[in-house]
Design a binder for this molecule. Structure first.
Ligand code: HEC
Length: 132
């Protein structure tokens, strides 16, 4: 009986400990995943406007600017306590360059927007292939 109780107490303590560690790990990644999810939302929104052939210049400019602002968060979100290695920084700055070029181009219609959305999406994918 005594052993059974000790065993149960041990299991309980183990379960509580595992939950604390799992929560801490999840909280650690939460900001990185959140930032990525919001970028996904905006990039997906641009793709959707292309599909619907409703490329509104003002809305496009706003979305590209939001993506550009989020791209500043990639490094601190994914590596909160350290400097990412150079190829990770390279992917991040390539994304920023693609977005800067897209904003500067001020795409007025879908024909102008399509190559920008594709280029941005390619940089997302390239980084994911290596780091996600
Ligand atoms: C410099 C590298 C890099 C770039 C550029 C990048 N990502 Fe990510 N992305 C990551 C990493 C690393 C993860 C995994 C994060 C984690 O799970 O902690 C990730 C995860 C994601 C996820 C999954 C999030 C989740 O909830 O698990 C989505 C969606 C995503 N990225 C979208 C994008 C989009 C859209 C772009 C381009 C606009 C982009 N990413 C650009 C590195 C990058």
């Amino acid at each position: 009986m005594k052993h059974a109780i000790l065993f149960l107490v041990g299991v309980l303590i183990g379960a509580v400990g595992a939950t604390i560690v799992a929560n801490a790990l999840r909280a650690r990644d939460a900001y990185a995943r959140g930032a990525m999810d919001v970028m996904q939302h905006h990039h997906g929104g641009l793709r959707e406007t292309l599909r619907a052939k409703q490329c509104n210049a003002n809305r496009t400019a706003t979305t590209l600017t939001q993506l550009r602002a989020l791209s500043n968060e990639i490094e601190p979100a994914v590596y909160p306590d350290s400097t990412p290695e150079s190829s990770f920084r390279e992917f991040s700055s390539r994304l920023r360059d693609a977005l800067d070029a897209g904003i500067a181009a001020a795409p007025a219609d879908c024909a102008a927007l399509a190559p920008i959305v594709e280029k941005v999406g390619k940089v997302c994918e390239e980084c994911h292939q290596q780091y996600r």
